[in-house]
Design a protein around this ligand. Structure first.
Ligand SMILES: Nc1nc2c(ncn2[C@@H]2O[C@H](COP(=O)(O)OP(=O)(O)O)[C@@H](O)[C@H]2O)c(=O)[nH]1
Ligand SMILES: [Mg+2]
Length: 318
């Protein structure tokens, strides 16, 4: 996952401490003006390099897969994050420039060199303090984004939708290899649960969407709406599960209205209507009828999803 390897970002205070204490150590090993020059060089390099590393540890958002971009944007404000990264980029350049500029003002005179070095340190510190909030924001974004589920945007993906209690999770648990842990991601209070299954040795992702595709769009908040946009990029097929028995607590016409809305939203991919709980009722027009309870035709539904996706792996040609 692209955000998983992001390192922690130091605070301004930590960065300044790190740079100045390293500089002091270097300075102690030398004498006179030379000590001051080395201190300045060290402090300026450490700050500039560390700030640059903050920026380069992030993927280029122009190249990030749209699924992850939207998902990231649901969790943090990507525009704000990019703004902060460019501020830090500026600070990196600036700390390097200050190092050069003040180096040029030093001479062989030890007292002058010490005075210039002190002025330079004050300016370096103020530059780093200027991006204090940006560093904090970047680190917070890193912590939030690291928790995103392991999802491969290039793997064929089945998204499971439908009102609560129709059997979505039961279905996903049933078809998901128990050895493949389900990665859960909390969207504040919501979760996307991702599991895997194999079909003819091809790996598929299956995504359960509690709190996202289980009620009308107008009841979703901004973050949820954003998460649904991310799912749009991810889905290769949607299984819309309905419960004709009414045991789920939602009238069938309401379930079918949501099905139509989801089909419209996911117009680019096949949306199959699956009547679950066929042991209780099959009184609805659907593409498939299954029962997780009895196991009836669960594999047939999975086969139908796989066929609807029609995924052809790129086989290496000989
Ligand atoms: N009778 C019957 N009950 C089912 C079937 N599938 C799921 N259930 C039950 O329906 C309830 C809701 O299932 P769940 O998977 O949590 O639904 P979700 O909210 O859509 O994820 C649970 O009590 C399940 O045991 C089925 O095929 N037949
Ligand atoms: Mg569930």
């Amino acid at each position: 996952m692209i955000f998983e390897t992001l390192p922690t970002t130091l605070t301004s205070e930590e960065l300044i401490d790190k740079a100045f204490s390293r500089a002091a150590r270097v300075g102690r090993a030398k004498k006179g003006a030379e000590a001051q020059q080395s201190m300045l060089q060290t402090a300026s390099n450490i700050l500039s390099d560390n700030l640059q590393n903050v920026v380069t540890s992030w993927p280029d958002f122009d190249e990030v897969d749209p699924f992850y971009y939207e998902l990231a944007d649901a969790v943090v404000d990507v525009d704000e994050l990019r703004q902060s990264l460019s501020e830090v980029q500026w600070a990196s350049r600036k700390t390097k420039d200050i190092g050069r500029e003040y180096q040029g003002r030093m001479s062989g005179d030890a007292d002058l060199a010490r005075k210039v070095r002190k002025q330079a340190f004050a300016r370096l510190a103020s530059i780093v303090e200027e991006v204090q909030d940006d560093l904090v924001r970047i680190n917070a974004a890193r912590n939030d984004l690291r928790g995103l589920p392991e999802i491969d945007p290039n793997e064929p993906t089945v998204v499971v939708a439908g009102y609560p209690n129709v059997g979505k999770s039961s279905f996903v648990n049933h078809v998901t290899n128990a050895s493949n842990a389900i990665a859960e991601y909390p969207f504040t209070t919501k979760q996307v649960r991702v599991g895997h299954f194999a079909h003819r040795r091809i790996r598929y992702q299956i995504v359960d969407t509690p709190g996202l595709l289980d009620r009308p769009a107008e009841e979703r908040n901004d973050i949820e709406a954003q998460a649904v946009s991310a799912l749009e990029h991810l889905a290769d097929c949607v299984l819309f599960v309905v419960d004709a028995s009414g045991y789920c607590g939602y009238p069938l016409d309401q379930q079918l209205a949501l099905r139509d809305a989801v089909a419209e939203r996911f117009a680019a991919v096949p949306v199959l209507t699956v009547c679950n709980k066929s042991d209780l009722s099959t009184d609805v027009e659907a593409d498939h009828y299954m029962s997780i309870e009895t196991g009836d035709d669960v594999d047939g539904v999975l086969d139908a999803a796989v066929e609807a996706i029609g995924y052809e792996p790129d086989l290496p040609s000989r």
